[in-house]
Write a protein that binds this ligand. Structure first.
Ligand code: NI
Length: 167
């Protein structure tokens, strides 16, 4: 396994729309392993392949405290959704920025697991928000895209400044 580097907003590659995975093979499982390692090391609770510059529909998540409940979603789809929830979100591609976003409160998700088997599950609360956030990445969308242009501009300035300080 290997740690992958995470693209940082406003990198234009974050706006790439990911392609479906045709076959869940060894290369896919290798990507999943590397993404999980990268997410845990960051540390983060979710990572989409888009964020590591691989434009395939693959997501890893773990919202557990114990960090031992890895959820792998390949070619995920939201097949039903209801309600509304507003949550303060952050993103490994937008370090240090937390903003409120409105999402569906409850969703039913269908995806392939790391063995290529289709499964369904219902998610609410944080898991629901997290799945929707990561699925947005696969559509080339970052959570700051939901904010006003003024807020987006401020975030870009703040991140550029932080980058300069880091050098
Ligand atoms: Ni994110």
């Amino acid at each position: 396994m290997a740690l992958l580097s995470i693209l940082k907003y406003p990198d234009p590659r974050l706006h790439t729309v990911a392609e479906p995975v045709d076959e869940v093979d060894e290369a896919t499982r290798c990507l999943v392993g590397d993404m999980a390692e990268t997410m845990y090391a960051a540390p983060g609770i979710g990572l989409a392949a888009t964020q590591v510059d691989v434009h395939k529909r693959v997501i890893v998540l773990d919202i557990s405290e114990s960090k031992d409940q890895l959820l792998v979603l390949i070619n995920p789809e939201i097949v039903a959704s209801s309600g509304q929830i507003e949550c303060e979100e952050g993103c490994l591609s937008v370090p240090g920025i937390f903003e409120k976003v409105i999402r569906a409160e409850e969703i039913r998700v269908r995806a392939l697991d790391r063995d290529g088997i289709t499964f369904d599950f219902d998610a609410s609360g944080l898991l629901s928000v997290c799945v929707q956030h990561e699925m947005d990445h696969l559509e080339g969308k970052v959570f700051v895209d939901y904010l006003s242009p003024l807020k987006q501009e401020r975030i870009v300035k703040k991140l550029r400044k932080a980058e300069r300080l880091a050098i």
